[in-house]
Ligand binder design. Sequence first.
Ligand code: ADP
Ligand code: MG
Length: 482
Amino acid sequence: MLSGKYELVVGLEIHAQLQTLSKAFCGDDTTFGMLPNTQVSPISLGHPGTLPVHNIKAVEYAVMLGLALNCEIRRENQYARKNYFYADLPKGYQISQDNTPICNGGYVAVNLEDGTVKNINLTRIHMEEDSGKSMHDQDLEDTLVDYNRAGVPLVEIVTEPEIRSAEEAFQFINEIRKLVRYLGICDGNMEEGSLRCDANVSIRLAGSNTFGTKVEVKNMNSMSNVKRAIAYEAQRQADLLEAGESFESETRGFNPLDGSTFNMRTKELVKDYRYFPEPDLPPLLITEDWKASIKSKMPMLPKEVENILSSKMGLAKYDVQLISDDKKTAEYYLAITEHTNNYKAAANWVMGAVKSYLNEQAMSIEQLSISPKRLAELINLVDEGKLSNTSAAQNVFPMLANEKTRSVLDIAKSLNVIQTGDVDFIGDLITATLAKYPEKVLEYKNGKTNLLGLFVGEVMRGSQGKADPKIVNQELIKKLEN
Ligand code: ADP
Ligand code: MG
């Protein structure tokens, strides 16, 4: 933790790989993990005479993201060549957007630990293509290059330097990851590199309104590593300042083994990419009509789901976060609530029995063979007093995975776990119980009403767990107060 003397300032640059079937400017396949250099046509390789074309899907994905983040969408989009030399960049330039990014402005609402929400403003989102992948550790002498990734569409999201803690940065990425997954435009997988984050980190004296020298930290392949890297880097800078040393702007890498950052290159003050308009691609017009049609195709956003969960379903903040965190889980939950009015119970099931079952079986909710409708039936049986929560979760629920045709009630019956609210059956057990404990009954009548639990327990035991405890309670009180 940085001491109160200094304030942390962070701006993030997030690259998200768009999940299109083909690359940004040609028809090459984008499937991840294929044999190296099998998805490379002469266009990916930038051979002379080849021409790029726009991938409309990629553009629509970028627009969707911008609309979801309240950005201004640019009408006339130009591409630019960003020139630099590197082995994994076969053309010698990257097609990117320079001063005409597709999105300007916008913000991400981030939930903070203290329960407040902070809007973090975006500078821009622009479209570009990915580079190939250099592998320095596969061969003893040479660096190997895989160009399958070269030309895969990316969006780069750039924030204003408004992030003030490692936790805020973590939550910011979490929101972005959640959003791109909801939109279905990126799988959000940081470990496989489909979502990548660079953190620009500086510190300044608390209360100051000028910025300190920033250091860019790269290569964190998980959200928690981003958090660790920022915390480490802030402390490193504070230690330097405390020792009376200054430092230059530089690019640093992150070592996940010990959580430290290390120098990669000290930045020249002005990077010269010699940007110029890409002459091979015509400007791309995003008309109001096109924007409207993209908007109409947009799926439900995380914030909308959160709103439904809290206002319509009345769930507590914690439940809302857990259920909305994953789109498929949210969809499953909402589907249950179409068949039961007990929204809170549905939430408890999703976060409890369903979640532990999925963990045990090592499966995702999409693989769950218990339909939301059947789970709702189970919830309703509990509500009707026909089943205890425990036997519903422990006995009936696991059976539902294999039994798809018999009704939930029939399954419960065959398991012999149906509870009864039958007043005659329960009445007999009550009479027997009260006869067994005459002194306790007297004590109860003299005011020791917490003995009720003892009687309920005895009746339940007598019924072998099959009496509906609600009815047992009611009937017992009736008898005892008479
Ligand atoms: P560069 O010219 O190095 O690309 P930019 O000004 O374009 O720098 O900003 C890149 C990223 O760095 C943005 O996310 C921005 O918010 C962030 N940033 C800029 N200045 C600072 C700073 N002093 N401390 C932390 N982050 C910063
Ligand atoms: Mg910049």
